[in-house]
Design a protein. Structure first.
Lengths: 292, 361
């Protein structure tokens, strides 16, 4: 029973990582940039939802929509102001700019909401008890897993069936060719950022529901972990991000339970290193041979 | 200007060799200012850390600028150097009473351990490429931090005692130190009660050594091989350059220097915890390198100095200082990398050059 409950908490944590990793991987696939500010968009999403619930008195589900709307706008603004002017610059320059944006968001949050952590009011409380109370599953965990699966299916359908999704895939293959075929590359990248940021808002709400402390640096560590998850599954691949996130969550949960709380992160990163040595492009990543 | 034309040095060589006298002049100026009491307490406190971060920036520039591989875990090697340096220095207090000699030994041991760590980590890391290499260095940086957080080290007359506290239950008492023994590293608290022996002069000498080593390395046969690998790996490989060997040499050199900087840094504070060397520190150094210019050592020195002092100088803005720092960072990156802004500069600069040429003739 213990094993099952660790597995479920791992799956729930992994689902949050997977949702964040989807945002990383989509942006990486299209814009070929590591968006280090993604973790901080999660934090903003958490704060917006917190304010909507506590100050404005909105119901939980509505606060999620408000958070998504704000983060979507934020994501598009960040892309337009900070990343779009650097489209032709080296990837290192874009990376440093992303770090600047990340600092900016963290410190803006610090100024607006203060350094003291806020206790996030859980959207759904209570646990489902099974097998004579031997196994208890928080409803939040179940919701997280379901939302993650829905998002995953939705995104897969979106990228394979819709016109915009096809445009995204075309842009990630070859921007120049896509432009020649009449695809508006800038608009496509903006939409990608919008979707990624909306996902980050959902992840922020789910993350804060499970771990209810909210402070300006809340998003950093989950951001790094989700980035690891995206690389783990093969960056640029949507199913890869899903798989990587879930595996990372499960490994972390088991490492905490059976090996050592202190070394949980070390074990997660060690597994990542081993995977990358065996499969240099990640679990589901495409290995592209270099042409001379 | 005639001197420039007659000398056969290229501009980059000239810039590199100018950095020695420049650093010396700045060091002398600051020492004079400091001795006449013109520097306030907070500025004095910044002197040694600035030296350490300059060495870190040069060392990371060797990896990112010269070797061409992005490393996001450089602070990990600084951490290795810092904690081995502290342990060495603290356990030698009895046998080596001379502070300067002990500092040199501590830095040397810190450098050795960081070099060994760099070698071990380089074995898997340097086989990967691009963003994958970056994420694995990030992972190693976090792993080093976690492991140091679990260490409990003490010293008594019987020598060093070390336990690895991975269950989180062990304390200093479990070291079973003899009477008069001291705990040096207390797990997550980090190194506590360190006797601070770092000095600004030591920092200056370390910068000079680093510059000397790195600038000579770049111009050596090995350095040229590393540069060739950066510019075109496949072409260099087909000319018989051993990829793994040369990347490893450059990487280990870089981590050695980071270890030296770390040892000096660790011995500058009474107490220091492993969290000081987290991902944000790695990023901070990377920002110095990128803003200073890839492969440009003088640029790294200037960027590290200005950017490390900037938050201190912006103290007047109180809570807004880190926000200002972030905005400055974004604006500088946009200004130096946006093609439109670049073209604007290009239009101005050739004009000035042609004018200078005309004047010389």
């Amino acid at each position: 029973m213990e094993f099952l409950s660790y597995l479920i908490s791992g799956l729930s944590l992994g689902s949050v990582y997977a949702i964040i990793a989807l945002g990383y991987t989509m942006v990486y696939g299209i814009a070929k940039m590591l968006n280090f500010a993604h973790g901080d968009v999660i934090m903003v999403g958490g704060y917006i939802s917190y304010i909507a619930v506590t100050r404005a008195g909105l119901p939980g589900w509505l606060s999620v929509i408000v958070a998504m709307a704000v983060c979507t706008v934020l994501g598009v603004i960040i892309e337009g102001l900070a990343y779009r002017p650097l489209r032709s610059a080296t990837s290192l320059a874009v990376l440093i700019t992303a770090i600047g944006v990340s600092y900016f968001l963290q410190n803006a949050a610090l100024l607006i909401w203060g350094a003291n952590f806020k206790t996030y009011p859980s959207l759904i409380s209570g646990t489902l008890k099974l097998f004579d109370n031997k196994l208890s599953i928080p409803y939040v965990a179940m919701l997280t897993i379901v939302v993650c699966i829905l998002i995953m299916v939705g995104l897969t359908l979106f990228t394979s069936k819709t016109k915009m999704g096809k445009a995204m895939r075309a842009c990630s293959e070859d921007k120049g060719a896509a432009q020649l075929m009449g695809i508006n590359v800038n608009k496509t990248i903006s939409v990608t950022f919008a979707i990624g940021s909306a996902l980050a808002a959902i992840a922020g709400v789910l993350l804060c529901s499970s771990f209810p402390t909210l402070k300006p640096t809340t998003g950093s560590m989950p951001g790094i972990k989700a980035f690891t998850a995206a690389v783990f599954g093969g960056i640029g691949s949507i199913p890869g991000a899903f798989l990587g996130g879930l595996l990372l969550g499960i490994i972390e949960s088991f490492a905490k339970a059976y090996i050592s709380t202190q070394l949980a992160n070390t074990i997660v990163f060690a597994v990542l290193i081993v995977v990358l040595l065996v499969r240099p492009a990640g679990l589901l990543g495409k290995y592209v041979p270099e042409k001379v | 200007m005639n001197f420039l034309k007659k000398s056969k040095l290229s501009t980059s060589a000239l810039r590199d060799y100018c950095s020695f006298p420049l650093v010396t002049v700045v060091f002398v100026l600051i020492t004079i200012l400091n001795n006449s009491g013109k520097l306030n307490k907070s500025m004095q406190g910044l002197l040694v850390p600035v030296c350490c971060y300059i060495v870190m920036a040069i060392s990371l520039n060797l990896t990112v600028g010269i070797m061409g591989e992005l490393s996001l875990g450089h602070a990990g090697f600084m951490s290795l150097g810092a904690f081995t340096g502290v342990v060495t220095s603290q356990s030698l207090i009895g046998s080596v009473p001379n502070d300067t000699l002990r500092l040199v030994i501590a830095i040397a041991v810190g450098a050795l351990v960081a070099a060994f760590g760099g070698f071990l980590i380089g074995l898997p890391v340097l086989r990967l490429r691009g963003d994958y290499l970056a994420i694995v260095t990030l992972a190693f940086g976090e792993i080093i931090m976690d492991i140091v957080n679990c260490l409990i080290v003490g010293h008594d007359e019987n020598g060093l005692h070390l336990i690895f506290n991975f269950t989180g239950e062990k304390t200093v008492a479990d070291l079973n130190l003899a009477e008069g023994g001291t705990a040096i590293i207390k797990g997550a608290q980090g190194a506590v009660g360190t006797k601070t022996i770092a000095s600004f002069a030591a920092g200056f000498i370390l910068i000079m050594i680093t510059l000397f080593v790195v600038l000579n390395f770049i111009r050596s046969r090995t350095g040229r091989a590393v540069l060739a690998l950066r510019d075109n790996r496949i072409a260099a490989e087909s000319m018989g350059v051993n990829v793994m060997k040369y990347k490893m040499i450059a990487f280990v050199l870089s981590t050695t220097l980071a270890g030296m900087a770390g040892a000096l840094y660790g011995l500058n504070f009474n107490m220091i915890s492993a969290d000081k060397f987290n991902f944000n520190t790695s990023i901070l150094v990377l920002v110095f390198v990128v803003l200073g210019g890839l492969g440009n050592m003088l640029g790294s020195i200037i960027a590290a100095t200005i950017l490390y002092i900037l938050p201190e100088a912006l103290r007047g803005l109180a809570d807004y200082r880190m926000l200002m720092y972030a905005i400055v960072l974004i604006v500088v990156m946009l200004a130096t990398n946006n093609p439109k802004v670049k073209n604007l500069f290009m239009k101005i600069i050739p004009k000035r050059k042609s004018k200078e040429g005309g004047a010389a003739q």
